[in-house]
Structure formats: C-alpha cells, structure tokens
Design a protein around this ligand. Sequence first.
Ligand code: GAP
Length: 456
Amino acid sequence: MPAKTVNDIVALCKRRGFIFTGSEIYGGLGGAYDYGPYGVELMKNIRAAWWNAMIYSRNDIEGLDAAVITNRLLWKYSGHESSFSDPLVECKKCGARMRQDKMRDQTKCDNCGSTDLTPPRAYQLMMGLSIGATADGAINAYLRPETATTTYTNFKNVMDARPHKLPFGIAQIGKAFRNEISPRGFVFRMREFEQAEMQYFVNPADDEKYFEMWKEIRMAWWVNVLGIPAEKLRFTPHEKLAHYAKAAGDIEYEFPDGFDEVEGIHNRQDFDLGSHTKAQDEFNIQANVMDNRDSTTKLAYSDPQTGESFIPFVIETAMGVNRAMLAVMLDAYTEEDLGDGKSRVVLKLKPALAPVKAAVIPLARNVPELVNIANDIENDLRKLHIGRIEMENSGNIGKNYRRHDEIGTPVCITVDHQTIEDHTVTLRYRDSMQQERVAIADVPARVMEIINKNEK
Ligand code: GAP
C-alpha cells in the first residue's frame, strides 16, 4: 500500500532522520526545514542524478554556482521587484492571512469561515536584505527567489570562459528564497528551498523544437532516473502565460491529494537576456522588456557564420529539488502486510538514490571474530566509493532489517557464526526480503551489481 497522506512521510522523516522542522527547539519557523543524516544523502543523490544528466552526459551544458545574495538591480530589471507578488487577503475576524488564488472559497476565510475579508493586495515575495557597514536598514540586496536570473547575468562570463555555438545551456543547483504567504504541504511549499534549473540558449527560429525536446527529456528523467511511474506524471500546459513566456507548462506528480507541480518548462523568448543586456536598442528584442540604463555588459550571441549579433531565446527547465525528494519518498513508501498480524514499511528507492547503499550486521556484538569480519567487509565496501555504508551496532537482526527497510537500504549483509566456518555471509534484499548465502570475497562485486543495476 503506498503513502495515503503526506503525513505518513512526515512521521517517517522525523523518526528516521530525513527531515526535521527548522528551528525546532524554539518552536519552529514556518516554511523552513532542516535535512538530517539520511535526508542530506537523498538530496545529494537527486542533485547528483540531475547534474549527471545535465552536465556529464552531454557536451552542450555548462555548470554554474552563483551567489545567493544579489544586487537589487538584478530583480529590478528581471521584473521581480515590481511584479513578483501574490494576492494577500486578511480575515478581519480571526486575522488569518491567505493567498487569494489558493483559497477554498474566495469569499470566505479558510480558517473561520468569516466573509469579512480585506481586498487582495500585492504581497512581495522576495526577501530583501540590508547589507554592508553603511547599510541603514533600507533594502539594498535580495536573497535570490530563483537561480535562473543569476544564470542570465553570467551569460557572457560563461561564454567567454567556455565558448559554445547555439544551442547550449547553463545549469545551476542552489538555494532560492521566497516569502510565501502560506507555506504548506510539508516541504512542498517552503520559504527556503532548492532549485535545479537549466537555461538552454537557442536561435529564436528553433525555440519550438527545443521546447518540445526538453519536455520529453525531462519527463523521461523523472521516470527513468527517479523511478516515478509514468502514469503518476503528467505535463500540464499553462492556461495563462506569464508576460515573458511564449509557451510554458508544468511536469506534475500525483501527490496523495492530487496532481501538483514539481518542475516547470518554459519558453522565455529573449526576455531575460534582453532585459539585462546593455545597448538594448542594438538588438531586435521581441519580448516586452524594461528600458535598462544600468547594465554594463551586452548579453548577445554573435553567429560565427553570418556575423549577426542577436539575443538568443531561452528554454528553461526548472525543478524543485525538495519537491523531487518529496515525490520520490511518497512514491517509494510502501506498507506491506506480512501476514500473522505483522507488517513492514519499506522505502522502495532506486539503489542509486538510497541514502545508505549497504548495511553490515554482525549477529552478535560480543563475539570479536564476528565484529572483526564485519569491520573488514565494511572497509572493503567503503573502498568502492558508492556512498554511505553502515555498520550496525545492535545484534537485533529483525530490528535492523526493519530500520533499513524504512530508510531504503537495498541490501543488508549479515555476519553470523557460520561465517567463521565457511567465510560466507547472508545477503538480505530489501524489496523481496529474500536471502542468499554469498562468499565474503564476492560481496563487493555483488553490491556493485545491485547499485549499478539500479532497478527498484
Ligand atoms: N526560474 C523559474 C522558476 O523559478 P517556478 O515555477 O517558480 O519557476 C520552479 O519554480 C520549481 O521550483 C517549481 O516547479 C517547484 O518545484 C520549485 N518551487 C517553487 N517555489 C517553491 C517553494 N516555495 N517551495 C518549494 N519548491 C518550490
């Protein structure tokens, strides 16, 4: 049985050390979460899978890691300062603050049902900062609300360092901050979160072709790499396009309470490079951009064949890493009835994503021979550099198997008294619960096979 509600995952995340409430011992802070020992591993593995697909498996995308603290002019010219807001409605009776477009009924308070509501007002989502010794409290910088804009402003830096012909991309993974009115759905909507975004720069004549191409590539990645069944994903085109977009849509995952966005795919035309470029008049910019007198750099592309200089279009793929992890965990979460009133929870993760790749369990902690053999196996597995390997300290084999089922460890290796006699150990597989006896010498190769096969 899969997860029925997000709450199934919330409890597991806390109990097993995936995700904790941010600032928990002081009562928490809405929209901020801390990632524990296994959460950091799962996030790292999702990031690595994305980076592998974007950078290491292709020759046309470069990486970038830009600053989180940014000059406010970036957000003036991107349009965020004037229009990155949500409609905020307040209830005059109970004081609840709500995002109007997400209310159950726009005429009634979600909290107390009162109809005595304020008219909606634009609520700025960016987190402003006052930085530097001369700061007087006025906002002179922002925490970035997306990674994309810092990619556009680095377009020329990257092109100068690593020249490319169109089409080519720049990929970035990093934190983003939004002062969401109502964070919700555990890590679904947060105030501090992480994005994995790729901006693909194309000749304007080719934009539709590459928009379709990236839709397909990204959908396939969710299925093949994250292991989400295709029927739990769909692509929903935006009904109302943002002013800069020519086409846009979301990859949606079927969460327990319905389909919702996990990644956006956008044809942003020449809006971004056109907004931030110097000498806008020299280019035939098609999107409606703000007049820019502050930029110091031309963000254009010179066609090596024609010598023509123009502003490329951008096809963007924008994934939320925390949302990807939430979807992966919800999808992997399985409650199994084992008969005789017994059951287990197992996280059927792809081995490449699993926080712990293998656990070594000596059956008795007080038998030095068993512990020494287990230590040797652990050390041999560490040399494979496949990720986290765990040694279990308690000899309660049943409890150990349950714990590793719940955190998604693909295989446990048990060292018992027979090991001393015949140099074999028990390999116990997470999903099938089957066990087989394997020679110690063959364990590293067997574990590698499981990880590389990467089947759920
Ligand atoms: N550069 C385009 C952009 O930022 P977006 O749709 O606002 O587009 C992209 O964000 C992705 O980032 C979303 O599909 C979602 O997965 C994630 N995301 C956005 N806001 C979020 C939030 N408050 N908490 C968690 N993830 C968020």
